[in-house]
Write a protein that binds this ligand. Sequence first.
Ligand SMILES: CC(C)(COP(=O)(O)OP(=O)(O)OC[C@H]1O[C@@H](n2cnc3c(N)ncnc32)[C@H](O)[C@@H]1OP(=O)(O)O)[C@@H](O)C(=O)NCCC(=O)NCCS
Length: 405
Amino acid sequence: MDLDIRPCASAVEFRQAIAPISSYFGRSVTSEDQAERLSRVMPAERVYAAWEGGRAVGGLGAFPFRLTVPGGRVPAAGVTVAAVLPTHRRRGLLRAMMRALLDATYARGEPIACLWASEATIYGRFGFGLASLTAEIDVPRERSAFCGPSSTSGNVQLVALGAAEQLIAPIYERVAAETPGMFARSSAWWQARTLDDPEWRRRGNGDLQCAVLEHEGRPAAYALYRLNSAFQHGVQTGSVAVVEAVADSPEATRGIWRYLLDIDWMARVKADLLPVDHPLLLLMAEPRRLGFSLRDGLWVRVVDVKAALAARSYQARGSLVVDVIDEFCPRNAGCWRVGSDGVERTDKAPDLRCDVSALGSAYLGAFTWSQLARALRVQELLPSALACADALFRAEKAPWCAEIF
Ligand SMILES: CC(C)(COP(=O)(O)OP(=O)(O)OC[C@H]1O[C@@H](n2cnc3c(N)ncnc32)[C@H](O)[C@@H]1OP(=O)(O)O)[C@@H](O)C(=O)NCCC(=O)NCCS
């Protein structure tokens, strides 16, 4: 039967297009409620599907994001709901949907696409590069003392989810605006995603709680978390599952984490999706007890080399010429002169050569060009080109995406 790749034209089609990803989460029917919530943050026309006889057998969509990059924000496609039914896998449907989605992203003027990969082997072929790392911790409470004097920083209050957005959205926004890899959240996003607490999201944990820390008379940090209460032989074995803890100052960071680490009855505190340069490592008296471990985070696809490179800032004077190889989007291929005075196509000899996926890995500052070269992802064509590129692209903060979308 013929297959047709096209975006959704209605709410009904939208619900069909997300059915393949729902099926991998074990749901044979996508609930109307779930589809409606998702549609509040992702317009139907941004969801592509592979249609067979009026039925969607694959789907791929994009959230319209404003992504923070070093020195600014860029419109970006937050790629999501990628799935092809097991009956139709490995026939090129994801490839065809990705083709349509990236072409539309380029036409819309969004120079970047980004995603979280269920498997790291899927997206490199489409030009995505690993662009941030993320950390997990699992710390026993009795070994969670901080070094230094145990002064408190601020008062913490529990806030009902219904009243949380107005208090915590400004804190998130302050941090997101200056952290590469974070995206701006709309009110719809807060309500339909971050503060939405349906049963299926709890995975056996308690309901979502929100704690807000006031420091120097204003809300400066918050934590969203769940308690997983458990006892064995009368002894507490439960844990705090931190969903998101965001603070706008070092004191507020210290205060909100002390709060999380001091909740009675809990034996452990677990968190994932933390930035790799999280201050906790240096706050803890016994950093090893955090069980700090790393995994891949956000992946970035530079969709429009010129616009993407021009949208971020550079830390040094001068420029260099990068020869970009891009098989999936050949419009990007060729030599680009990059510097703080602009970005342009050039016929000058290149200093560096790399695949567009390596450019994605360098873009937010997660990896230096030298690191990429040591992993054979970048070729240095002129001596000292790597040092020059590292100086230009240097980032103050590790990129961090606080949530999987
Ligand atoms: C991942 C998925 C969408 C791929 O869809 P698909 O239609 O089978 O993919 P395609 O046939 O277009 O494959 C394109 C290429 O990717 C490769 N590929 C696809 N899925 C892959 C995987 N999981 N691991 C490694 N390679 C994969 C194919 O082998 C093919 O390689 P080629 O370019 O060398 O020919 C599908 O397997 C799926 O729905 N998986 C479960 C849900 C999931 O993981 N979604 C991703 C969420 S981030």
